[in-house]
Each structure stands twice: as C-alpha cells, then as structure tokens.
Ligand binder design. Structure first.
Ligand code: B12
Length: 373
C-alpha cells in the first residue's frame, strides 16, 4: 500500500467514526461547472443573495483559497430525521425544513471537520461546510459521493438527499476519484412535478427567486404577492423536492444526537411564531440555523402561512400583529393574511388599521386586502 493510500484509509475510517457516511477526494483545480454558476448568476437566479455573485472565480478554484492545495476531500453527513408524524389539527401549524430541526449544522460539522483534519497533519488545511467558496454539489459528485439530481440536490444511492456536504482542502496528495458518480435519476420527475412554485426551471437548475427555501430564509423584503399562496405552511425552508425523492425511502435515519429534531420545531404553532418577542425568538432558536431569518422574517413567514391556512380563529393574533408589530414587513404580511381570511372580524381589523397605518407599503397591502386582491 502506498503512503497516500494509507493516509486516505486512515482519513476515511476516522470520517466514518465521526458520522460522515461518505467521503471522496478530487483534484484541487478549476471546477468544470464554473460556466454553470456564471450562467446562473447572469440570469439573476441568485435573487438578492449578493454574496453568491461575489467572486465566482474564487468559488470555483480552491487554489485561490489555498495556493498549495492539491486535493479537496468531499464529505456527506446525514441529517435524516426519520418520519415526523402529522401535525395536530388544534390550530394552524407551520413546517420547518428537516435540516434545521436539530442544532446548527455549521457548529456541529466544523468541530467534526477540525477533528478529522488532524489525521492529515497539514497545518494549511482548511475546512468548510456551506461556509466556503465551493460548488459543494459539484465537488461531491466529482468525488463519487453521489450525483446532482433533477432536484439540484446531491443524491447518494444509500443515504439519499438528507445530508450536509462538507470539504477539507489540503496540500497533501490523496487518491482521487476517477470519474463523477453516474446520474441515476432516470425518467423520474417527482421533484420537478411537486415543486409548487416552479423553482426547478430545468432538471438540476433552481431559480432561487421562486424557491420556497430562498423566499422563507434568504429573501429579506415582502414575499412577492403571486408566490405567497404557493408557500403553503412552510415557514423555514422547504423539503418538498426531497420528500418525494425515491432515494430517500430506504435511507437510514441519522445517529447524530445533535441532528435529532427538537420537538418544538416540528410543526410549530403559527400564531406563536407570529407573536414571538425578540427575546423569545433568540431563546427559542439559540444554537439553531433558524436564527438566519431573524424574528421579523419568521413572523412574516408565519403570517403568510396563516393567510394560506385561512382559519378565522387566528384573526385576533393577526390583528395584534397588524396593529402593534414594529416591523412594516410583518404588518404587511399580516394585512395580506387577514385579506385571505376575509371574515367579518378580519375586515374590521383591516379597516381599523387603515385609519392608523403610516407606512405607504403596508397601507397599500391593507387596501389590496380590503379589495380582495
Ligand atoms: C445558495 C444556496 C441555496 C439557494 C440556491 C439553491 C441552488 N440550487 O443553488 C437556496 C436558498 C434556494 C437553497 C436552498 C436549499 N439548500 Co442550499 N445552498 C446554497 C449554497 C450556499 C450554494 C449553491 C450554489 O452554488 N448554487 C449555484 C448553482 C449554480 O449551483 P448548484 O445548484 O450547486 O448547481 C448545480 C446544478 O446546476 C448542477 N448542474 C449543472 N448542470 C446540470 C445539468 C443537469 C442535467 C443536472 C441534473 C444538474 C446540473 O451542477 C451545478 C453544480 O453542482 C450551497 C453550499 C455551497 N457552497 O455549495 C447550499 C446547499 C446546496 N444547500 C443545501 C440544502 C440542504 C438546501 C435545501 C435542501 C434547504 C431546505 N430544505 O430548504 C434547499 C434545497 C433547494 C434545492 N432544490 O436545491 C445543501 C445541499 C445538500 C445536498 N444533499 O445536496 C448545500 C450543499 C449546503 C451544505 N453544505 O450542505 N440553497
């Protein structure tokens, strides 16, 4: 056995012990999908994620991060939580994407990656998980961890799609994967068919501007009106394209304690999310990726989901948000939701707010809601 192979074997074994279900290595050179990224950016498919458009060259060449880089180790760590059951019917409840039901994966995985990189004994090595300049799915498919499916997600035939991707860039030589993992989506189009907002504009290509995940997590302003009814009950991310993926049917559940779903994150009450104070929000989502939406984003999402649920019993909460929330973003979404419910109490709440609202955009939302638009 060569020294390179011996090092890889130790790395692979340690990775498995740490919970990484798959690992592979690729040469640290320019990503062949650079042109795909550039085309995606040119078409504005990143929406207002300005950070995505910053320096696409760096995102597709690890040597611009670490000049001595020879190899990139690609890793897959499952967060598959198993069946989540069905929501109670007591009051409208929201849905949070599975990846965010446990602890923040950045914190959990960076610790594991640091431990793993000890095996390399390379002081220059850098570790990343969604934190670095990579097309992580392209790296992982070249490293034979799986293929980029029609959903755009990296699919591993045994582990499915519910997994995080991570990388270690190293100056060491490692045995490299010879060719990318073959595409095994076949004629299946379940993910393309299920996406309610038409975000999968071509197989494997996601237009963020229509993706519920982007709208609920990354998009900062009001959700475009035509997309609100398509968001259903999702308040943080969306898993529809994964829920229908046949490769997830037999995938094993993760054994990582940090990724076990916290009970209060599975089907949370929408009214609670809408009316949370800043302090409650910070406390509830401490150590969770959900913090990214900020309180105002989560309250906006909860209001939109309440508009889709159309339950007249939630009018008092929406009225309270419309009349007292400090954020125009939340008041505007609450006005829309009341317009969707359209009960007598909802109309009264809108009329009362019309008399006092000072923000021009919220005022317009109230007008449109009263006109039933
Ligand atoms: C920006 C981003 C988003 C954006 C944009 C999504 C997107 N598809 O680009 C938004 C906010 C919408 C998003 C949503 C989600 N994300 Co995200 N996201 C990222 C991020 C930071 C960058 C992705 C990127 O570079 N996009 C630009 C495009 C051009 O790149 P790409 O999608 O990788 O492009 C591939 C395809 O176009 C494909 N391709 C090219 N040509 C062709 C042709 C054919 C025929 C096919 C099939 C494919 C194909 O090759 C490209 C390169 O791999 C990555 C982390 C990272 N640094 O990579 C995480 C990442 C992709 N996200 C992740 C996750 C978990 C999600 C969500 C599942 C979260 C959720 N439940 O709500 C959803 C899934 C949405 C989806 N179906 O893709 C994981 C995916 C893990 C996996 N198994 O694939 C990543 C890798 C983070 C991580 N470290 O684990 N995300």
């Amino acid at each position: 056995m060569t020294a390179t192979q011996g090092l890889w074997n130790r790395l692979f074994e340690t990775a498995q012990g740490l919970g990484f279900g798959m690992a592979g290595a690729v040469a640290a050179n320019v990503d062949p999908r650079r042109a795909v990224l550039e085309g995606w950016l040119d078409q504005g498919m990143h929406g207002d994620m300005a950070w995505m458009a910053k320096d696409p060259e760096r995102r597709t060449d690890p040597r611009l991060v670490l000049p001595e880089a020879r190899a990139v180790v690609a890793l897959f760590h499952s967060y598959h939580p198993g069946p989540l059951g069905t929501p109670l019917m007591d009051t409208p409840r929201g849905r949070i994407a599975r990846y965010a039901l446990g602890d923040d994966y950045h914190d959990v995985l960076v610790k594991k990656l640091r431990a793993l990189s000890q095996v390399l004994d390379d002081p220059t090595a850098r570790v990343y998980t969604d934190t670095g300049p990579f097309l992580e799915r392209s790296v992982a498919s070249r490293a034979q961890i799986g293929w980029t499916g029609k959903s755009g997600l990296l699919i591993n035939p045994k582990l499915g799609t519910y997994g995080f991707l991570a990388e270690i860039v190293t100056a060491h030589e490692l045995p490299l994967a010879e060719k990318p993992h073959p595409d095994r989506c076949g004629s299946c189009t379940s993910c393309l068919d299920v996406c309610p907002s038409g975000a999968l504009v071509a197989p494997g290509i996601v237009d963020s501007r229509r993706c519920i995940s982007y709208l609920t997590i990354e998009h900062r302003g009001p959700i475009p009106r035509e997309l609100r009814p398509l968001m259903g009950d999702w308040v943080y991310g969306c898993d529809l394209c994964q829920e229908v993926c046949p490769w997830n049917r037999k995938a094993p559940v993760t054994e990582e304690p940090a990724f076990q779903p916290k009970p209060d994150r599975v089907f949370p009450k929408l009214v609670d999310l809408l009316l949370m104070s800043q302090e409650q929000f910070s406390q509830t989502f401490k150590g969770s990726a959900i913090k990214r939406t900020k309180r105002r984003g989560m309250a906006r999402n909860a209001a939109v989901a309440l508009g889709n649920a159309k339950d007249p019993a939630t009018v008092p909460a929406l009225r309270q948000a419309l009349s007292t929330d400090a954020e125009a973003l939340v008041r505007g979404a609450a006005a829309w939701a009341l317009g969707q419910i359209r009960s007598e109490a909802a109309i009264k709440a809108l009329e009362a707010a019309q008399a006092t609202e000072s923000d021009a955009e919220v005022y317009e939302e109230i007008q449109l809601a009263l006109r039933g638009e």
